[in-house]
Design a protein around this ligand. Structure first.
Ligand code: SF4
Ligand code: SF4
Ligand code: SF4
Length: 287
């Protein structure tokens, strides 16, 4: 009875129309796949990668990542105040607000399902594992604490943007340089950062998303307000720890009735991987 309830619970919060989504959502998780471990999510991620490439390439040229970057939400207003200009990069600001709005429903769903950069980093991490470069398992307590780095980066970026009067994030932004390096000459400092972020994401799954990305840090502040969270039926759980292994953000799920970590990107991987069907989406505030 409890088992059936959990299957029902698993599908209860899927968006409508649900038929195709339920079929895809219940496909078997295969940890040996490079991609498509979670087919529904992979299809949506790939769709957004294609949309991003088309937008950047055909509408704004290869330097156009700026226009759709959600971090514009924080940095552009600072620059507006400094330079006394009108609002610019409006699409980025709209995307930034939308990313926070969806976080109020599912935690950081923009990061888990939409952001092309997150998709790239996740794919690189999987490639690394496939060729035997195993990602480091950061102790759970440290993993949660190291989120503080992204807050430090937010402060540094906003302060430097104000005092320098330019979008300072561009020097270290992997999305911008992966798009722009074919057109612009890439500064040495940007090469260094790009290599660092790519290596980090191979050595620590989604390491950039966990500890560096300023927009990721910003959205994580809203996770405690998310309506839904991953919940666990402790009666069904056998403490096998497979959910922890599946989580790309290194979250410790075991023993938690409600997963409250601000790292959660609502990717659903833990739910798909659990052999006991003890994980499901439920209301955060309800125990
Ligand atoms: S943390 Fe940043 S880079 Fe990672 S998925 Fe979220 S917005 Fe994208
Ligand atoms: S994978 Fe499922 S059964 Fe195993 S520890 Fe996680 S919740 Fe429990
Ligand atoms: S695996 Fe589960 S806990 Fe980890 S980020 Fe995805 S949904 Fe959140």
């Amino acid at each position: 009875m409890g088992y059936k309830n959990n299957i029902d619970n698993k599908n209860k919060y899927l968006p409508k129309p649900t038929f195709i989504l339920i079929i895809m959502n219940n496909m078997n998780y295969n940890p040996r796949r490079l991609f498509f471990n979670n087919p529904l999510r992979s299809v949506i991620q790939l769709l957004f990668v294609v949309i991003f490439v088309v937008i950047v390439r055909y509408f704004w040229g290869f330097a156009g990542a700026h226009y759709v970057c959600p971090w514009a939400l924080a940095e552009v207003p600072v620059l507006m105040i400094k330079l006394k200009t009108r609002l610019f990069f409006i699409w980025g600001i709209i995307i930034g607000i939308a990313g926070i709005a969806v976080t109020l429903v599912y935690p950081r769903v923009f990061c888990g399902w939409i952001c092309p950069l997150g998709t790239l980093f996740e794919f690189l991490g999987n490639c690394g594992q496939k060729i035997g470069i195993h990602s480091h398992r950061i102790p759970h307590w440290l993993n949660e604490k190291m989120r503080i780095f992204s807050f430090g980066i937010i402060i540094i970026l906003l302060v430097l943007t104000y005092f320098k009067g330019l979008l300072i994030c561009q020097f270290a932004c992997p999305a911008f340089w992966l798009c722009a390096m074919w057109k612009l000459s890439i500064p040495i400092v940007a090469i260094g950062f790009l290599i660092l972020w790519l290596l980090l994401s191979v050595r620590v799954k989604r390491g950039f998303c966990r500890y560096v990305c300023p927009y990721g840090g910003l959205t994580s502040l809203f996770v405690p307000l998310s309506h839904f969270a991953v919940k666990m039926n402790l009666e069904l759980c056998n403490n096998c720890g497979l959910c922890n292994k599946a989580c790309p953000m290194g979250i410790d799920l075991t023993g938690n009735i409600t997963v409250r970590s601000e790292h959660c990107i609502a990717c659903n991987d833990c739910i798909k991987y659990c052999p006991k069907q003890s994980l499901y989406w439920g209301k955060r505030r309800k125990n």
